[in-house]
Design a protein around this ligand. Structure first.
Ligand SMILES: NC(=O)c1ccc[n+]([C@@H]2O[C@H](COP(=O)([O-])OP(=O)(O)OC[C@H]3O[C@@H](n4cnc5c(N)ncnc54)[C@H](OP(=O)(O)O)[C@@H]3O)[C@@H](O)[C@H]2O)c1
Length: 282
């Protein structure tokens, strides 16, 4: 790939950053659309994040994605936050404006909803209660996405009950916190179950959840994408529920940033999915 003197540059900041699939994703899109640009992994230590972000305008860099551990801290460094980022309390995308101002966005909520819409067409957030397991960063994005999509009831279940109760209180009456030992009962009548914990990830124990009370028509979504078929999704497939894996969310959350930096709304196709999948053992 040859870059011209006017090439657009974006990237991802994390510590470590080597595990990130985003360079593979954006690199594919840059090549597919023959864009004069590059997407670079930036290993940035916690205490250098402010310096690194503030250097973006001077370097002419169009913006960056942010990954662990920078998503929350960056909120206090950028100049403005989009409404989703304010409600979620974390950013995963920074766009450098023409005046050099840094805009922080959160595109995880968008990615989550876009992935369900693509994989489980016809599912409607308001048609039946949604059950979300977890109360960390991913769960916050999922809840905000579901609220914006018209959810009428969100049952939030987290091992640390206080975190679920705090998040429910923050997000309003549609979200109620259930106890961890009530998680199987919380599935009664649900139209969607989302695992937004790290359980089921390679190297982690599976999510221990009896699906017996989950209606057969419910959609089951796991935000974990390595492995692609988590034990939860495998159990859901066995009993005939429709499933949505975590890779779709990862692919779709990248779209708004790419469009802002490189001027083209990229598509999530089977080819880009296969390319990103090849970057890790499914
Ligand atoms: N697909 C995507 O695009 C995407 C995007 C973002 C995140 N993710 C994935 O989502 C997962 C969660 O990320 P996050 O940023 O939300 O992490 P986080 O903020 O650290 O939250 C972790 C969550 O997992 C729960 N948890 C961890 N270990 C547990 C255990 N042994 N038993 C019960 N609950 C446990 C925590 O419960 P406590 O509160 O009790 O500790 C908390 O709710 C990760 O696997 C991440 O890779 C995927």
């Amino acid at each position: 790939m040859t870059l011209s003197a006017t090439a657009r540059v974006a990237g991802i900041m994390g510590w470590p950053v080597g595990h990130s699939l985003s360079p593979r994703l954006h690199g594919y899109w840059l090549s597919e659309y023959a864009i004069d640009g590059a997407y670079v992994p930036f290993p940035v230590m916690v205490d250098r994040l402010a310096d690194a972000l503030r250097a973006l305008p001077a370097l002419g860099i169009a913006g960056v994605n942010l990954t662990v551990p920078h998503k929350v801290a960056a909120c206090g460094i950028v100049d403005t936050l989009d409404p989703a980022a304010k409600r979620i309390g974390a950013i995963n995308t920074v766009v450098v404006g023409s005046d050099g101002a840094l805009e922080g966005r959160n595109t995880d909520a968008y990615g989550f909803i876009a992935s369900i819409a693509e994989t489980a067409p016809g599912w409607m957030a308001g048609a039946a209660p949604c059950v979300v397991i977890g109360a960390g960063g991913a769960a916050r994005a999922v809840c905000v996405a579901l609220l914006d999509a018209g959810a009428a009831e969100i049952r939030l279940v987290n091992r640390t009950q206080a975190r679920a109760a705090d998040l429910a209180a923050e997000l309003g009456a549609v979200v109620t916190a259930a106890r961890w030992d009530e998680r199987a009962a919380a599935l009664d009548g649900a139209g969607l179950l989302v695992n937004a914990t790290s359980l089921g990830m390679r190297g982690q124990p599976p999510l221990d959840l009896d699906l017996a009370r989950l209606p057969q028509g419910a959609v089951v979504n796991d935000v974990v994408y390595a492995p692609l078929e988590t034990p939860l999704l495998a159990a859901a497939v066995r009993r005939g529920n429709r499933t949505v894996d975590g890779l779709g969310m990862l692919l779709h959350q990248g779209r708004p940033g790419f469009a802002a930096w490189f001027g083209r709304d990229p598509q999530v196709t089977p080819a880009v999915r296969a390319h990103v999948l090849a970057g890790f053992a499914p």
